[in-house]
Design a protein around this ligand. Structure first.
Ligand code: SF4
Length: 329
């Protein structure tokens, strides 16, 4: 990764307290926490596409919301463009929101069905006082629609979300995210609800926009095939922690952690007889309220041995730029 760090995250935690019943309180039972994010470190450089990948419930979406200050961390450091995000308030927070945007998984849920496309796209401009007249709104909306290849842009201005296809709606969501010319976008499963036929189009659009506007993305996905297509680096999360990280080709072509190997074995391949990376894992993901001792993957790991149940492995560099948290390394 280049030294040009845009986002730096250290020791990030988000523990949600579990509501206690009156009986729990009377009996003095301890407060329990759902440890959604449990000590995560990563950097994202300017213009980099950094992927957080893992199964549902691993903490990747919570991490995305934390770095945008949509929720407050329990602990940890988030520094964006030299500023401590956790301490931003008032005008400084408004400025941060201009520079850091989000694209949600479900474009239909994300777009107000009662607003036309021009109003949806230009709403952030109005909130931040960037436009003041209808002519300015039209100008900005047309430019943003052209950026996301919805052409002729004039044909879309006065349409409503229900009149568009899923792919067109996600293009509108991307147009809304880029209209303020941010430096950074959290893209939370941006293609998982789209037909296979248009996923590649949207991913390529996001790559083109990165080139045009020098954007960095935190790209959240459960799909490692998608991650390999678009990301520069990948971090694999399991039960609130990063267990492996490296360049996309390092993690996908030479996975080291047994969990990463299992995820990769689940990627469909053209040859059904292929056994590459075929690592079976046992059982379900444990509850993040009762995180297993030692290596949190040990109840499911086919290679677990005594130390794995007692000592939590740290991320160590197995090869330059490729880190893994596993006692086998
Ligand atoms: Fe498996 Fe042990 Fe490595 Fe954890 S530390 S992934 S249990 S071998």
């Amino acid at each position: 990764m280049s030294n040009n760090v845009l986002l730096r995250v250290r020791g990030l935690k988000k523990w949600f307290p579990i509501r206690r019943s009156p009986i729990d309180i009377i009996k003095g039972r301890p407060q329990l926490y759902l440890k959604a994010v449990d000590g995560v470190d990563f950097d994202i450089a300017s213009r980099e596409i950094f992927c957080l990948a893992g199964e549902s419930g691993c903490g990747k979406t919570t991490t995305g919301r934390l770095v945008l200050k949509l929720i407050e961390p329990t602990e940890g450091e988030i520094v964006f463009d030299g500023e401590d995000v956790t301490k931003l308030e008032g005008e400084l927070l408004r400025n941060f929101r201009k520079k850091a945007q989000i694209i949600f998984q479900d474009p239909y849920e994300a777009l107000n069905p009662q607003m036309n496309i021009m109003d949806i796209i230009t709403e952030p401009l109005l909130i931040h006082g960037v436009v003041h007249s209808k002519d300015e709104k039209i100008e900005y909306a047309i430019k943003a629609l052209e950026d996301v290849a919805l052409k002729p842009a004039e044909d879309f201005l006065y349409r409503f979300p229900h009149e568009l296809s899923g792919g067109q709606r996600q293009r509108v969501a991307i147009a809304r995210a880029i209209v303020l010319k941010p430096k950074f976008i959290v893209a939370d499963e941006p293609v998982s609800m789209l037909d296979m036929s248009i996923r590649a189009e949207i991913l390529n659009l996001m790559l083109n926009i990165r080139e045009k506007y020098n954007l960095a993305y935190l790209f959240i996905t459960h799909d490692l095939a998608v991650a390999k297509h678009i990301c520069d680096r990948i971090a694999i999360m399991y039960l609130g922690k990063i267990v492996e990280t490296g360049k996309a080709e390092q993690v996908i072509d030479n996975p080291l952690h047994p969990y990463t190997k299992a995820l990769i074995s689940a990627i469909p391949v053209p040859d059904p007889r292929s056994k590459i990376g075929d690592i079976p894992i046992k059982g379900e993901v444990p509850s993040p309220v009762n995180v297993p001792s030692g290596c949190r993957f040990h109840p499911r790991c086919p290679y677990a041995f005594g130390r794995c149940r007692e000592v939590e492995p740290k991320l160590v560099e197995a090869e330059p730029g490729h880190l893994v948290a596993c006692h086998l390394f």
